[in-house]
Ligand binder design. Sequence first.
Ligand code: UD1
Ligand code: MG
Length: 456
Amino acid sequence: MTIKTIILAAGQGSRMRSKTPKVLHKIADKALLEHVCNTSLQFKDNEVFVIYGHGGEQVKTQLSSLNVSWIEQVSQLGTGHAVQQAEAEINDEDTVLILYGDVPLLKKSTIETLLANVSDNSLALLTVTLENPTGYGRIIRDSNQRVIKIVEQKDATASELQVNEGNTGILATQGKKLKIWLSRLGNNNAQEEYYLTDVIEMAVNDGLVIKTSQPETIDEVLGINNRQQLSHLERVYQGQQADKLMAAGVTLRDPARLDVRGEFSSLGQDIEVDINVIFEGTNSIADQVKIGANTLIINSIIEADVEILSHCIIDNAIVGKGSRVGPFARLRPQAKLGKNVHIGNFVEIKKSAIATGSKVNHLSYIGDSLIGRNVNIGAGTITCNYDGVNKFQTIIEEGAFIGSNTQLVAPISVGKNATIGAGSTLTKNAPADKLTLTRAKQITIKGWMRPVKKQD
Ligand code: UD1
Ligand code: MG
């Protein structure tokens, strides 16, 4: 059996009030449509087709890496018309699954239930019981509780509007029959649209049973039409991520103040995460890592027993086992800390490797550098790596001690166990084991007096 998944994504989404097509708006940094595609691409023997329309080129370009086919619906004449655009792709023996590109949180398990309800004599329909079903098509059942049709809100009678079982729009059926029903769709209704929902009544007339199932939670089938709904589903999604982390053994001080915009390539146990932490991209966090409040971690590897204090940005960096970073530290791309490294407040590290046991504790910039083991870098040290055109490397060998407020004008190297006097500006290499410094001589002016305020 081949599944042909058709994702309807041609709607304009005018209520977003946006230049960006609706399905490109994001939840957790990922386009709504990408969430739907990723869920459906988990199924085997499945080809995914996206029906795009408004702003379609932008959608296609931005999501071109997805393994889906794109079909344009030039004018949006209804959900039935949208599915008709994919007719040529449907074979008789296929199972066709219809999803919406603006319903991002639908679960794989819900789709599995739906697919299991498809057979020669049954069509599978996902419905949802709502306190307030306004706007939804209503599921109309006969006295034996068998579904007989769907009526759109705008076409419904007063008694039909009383029904609180709504159509989610998501359904699955056999290709052969669907193609016949699609060819029979008309637009003789309140909205003059070709309604996909009309296939339900056709299926019943052809002797099929409509097998309904419901999602675990309503949030799964909520579509996004405006920014309020977007923010609601963002928080729902983040709640799910927080639950996953806690289930895996992570302590969250407040699950409502965490954002995961990406995934974990590995996740240890007994990790502690304080409030307002954001994980972006793919991160790996090992056992017993502690992450302080207001910290952003992007595509990084944090090894075991690391402590990241509050207000840090760790971006495409590696933090070695037992290291301590922050508060207020920034590790930029290709910062690589060995074991037990200390990076303190107001320190920026870029494209530099810092070996085991070294410390950069205060107010420093280390860029394009190789720093050996057990180096101590004093407060206010700057590697001057840039002449305005090119970047140059600084090498500081094992055991060196760099006095505070030192500028190292690269390319430059400081030898093993060298000591650099505070306040030096080095433009030449400093030899191993020696004290090197550049410093203006300190003088005291005898007989100097402070100026006194002139009297008028
Ligand atoms: C549709 C259903 C309704 C259901 C509701 C659930 C029909 C006739 N009605 O109504 O029973 O309760 O969804 O949200 O199916 N789209 C296209 N091309 C089109 C029209 C729509 O791609 O020409 C896409 C939209 O982008 C959207 C989806 O189809 O993703 C649903 O369209 P929408 O206009 O929201 O349908 P509703 O009127 O809400
Ligand atoms: Mg809708």
